[in-house]
Design a protein around this ligand. Structure first.
Ligand code: ZN
Length: 160
């Protein structure tokens, strides 16, 4: 049996459904958010069913996406794909091997899959180099006032 993962919402709650009756439960998980290890919550539903969920502690909702884009550093553009995104950052997979170091800054340019195919350009910081072509990046500014902000609002429904 696989234990489902649930996300922490911006108000430090997590919402999950009972596996047996489908009833939705919202739980205050603020005290777990700072935990370094994986948090497993056990929950007993009104229907009597007991079940577990793993708490996804990364702040903000992370979503799997597939946006083609460019990562630009030192006037070199690396072609690639954004494979997941949250309010805080993205994961960027370059098509070719990239020599990019952690804690450096770059720019990322990509196209959203919204109706107007908005182009987004953002300064980012390379937080983690997972491999030669997979980078964990953080938005330098997490206030998103342009079409990316709207995208988060309408495509990242936290109540799902
Ligand atoms: Zn139930």
């Amino acid at each position: 049996m696989t234990i489902p993962k649930v996300f922490v919402n911006s108000n430090m709650t997590a919402t999950f459904a009972c596996e047996s009756c489908g009833e939705l439960h919202t739980k205050d998980v603020s005290k777990f958010v700072g935990h370094k290890t994986r948090v497993r919550l056990k929950y007993k539903c009104k229907c009597g069913h007991t079940f577990s969920v793993f708490l996804e502690r990364r702040r903000g909702v992370r979503k799997e996406v597939f946006f083609k884009g460019l990562l630009i550093q030192n006037q070199k553009a690396y072609r690639g794909v954004i494979t997941d995104m949250s309010l805080n950052g993205i994961r960027f997979k370059t098509t070719d091997k990239a020599r990019i170091e952690e804690d450096t800054v770059a720019e990322v340019k990509f196209t959203l899959d919204n109706r107007s195919r908005s182009e987004v350009l953002r300064p980012i910081k390379i937080r983690k180099v997972f491999s030669e072509n997979c980078l964990g990046c953080e938005f330098v500014d997490t206030n998103h006032f342009d079409d990316l902000g709207k995208y988060f609002l309408f495509h990242f429904d936290q109540k799902k």
